[in-house]
Design a protein around this ligand. Structure first.
Ligand SMILES: [Zn+2]
Length: 172
């Protein structure tokens, strides 16, 4: 995987104990996964690998944001996201990832952890993409559109989608 080499961990050669690794995941990293929905964002990822003889636990915490179109006003927003996940790594004869148990071949001296982190991040993206920016000085949301939507709400009280937006108020 081009551009993801630094995510390869020499799991076989690791000594027993706890090992931590720090990574940054950004658009460049995400571009390796062209099938994915996560394209833009930035995350600091802290990876912990604990090896006890033949078994290993791999966990990570990713803190950062994704860049998406706001579901309310379509402006480009940076939505904060925090994701944690842990896996058990086992050695076996057939590589697999079922129920967070990653099976790797003993002949695979390295495990590239980027796809696992990418998948977890993608799965943690909420269906509705909104941020609470009302108290921010520079609102990323497009207030013109929001005000327009609020007016629409008043004239269409039966539309349930706009009904939920009805209570959004802005400081004048
Ligand atoms: Zn918005």
């Amino acid at each position: 995987m081009k551009g993801l080499d630094h995510f390869s961990i020499p799991i076989f050669g690791l000594k027993n104990g706890v090992h931590t690794f720090k990574y940054e995941m950004d658009d460049k990293v995400f571009s390796n996964f062209d099938y994915g929905i996560l394209k833009k964002g930035n995350f600091d990822v802290e990876v912990t690998l604990e090896k006890i003889d033949e078994s290993m636990e791999f966990s990570f915490i990713a803190k950062g944001y994704i860049e998406v179109d706001c579901d309310r006003c379509t402006a480009n927003i940076k939505m904060p996201l925090l994701t944690e996940e842990s896996y058990i790594i086992e050695f076996g004869e057939t590589p697999s990832n079922i129920d967070n148990i990653i099976t790797v071949l003993i002949s695979d001296h390295y495990l590239n952890i980027a796809p696992y982190i990418y998948e977890s991040l993608s799965l943690s993206i909420p269906m509705v993409k909104l941020i609470d920016c009302e108290d921010e000085e520079k609102k990323p949301c497009d207030e013109n559109i929001l005000n327009y939507l609020n007016k629409e709400t008043e004239s269409e009280p039966t539309n349930s989608i706009w009904n939920s937006l009805k209570d959004i108020k802005f400081k004048k």
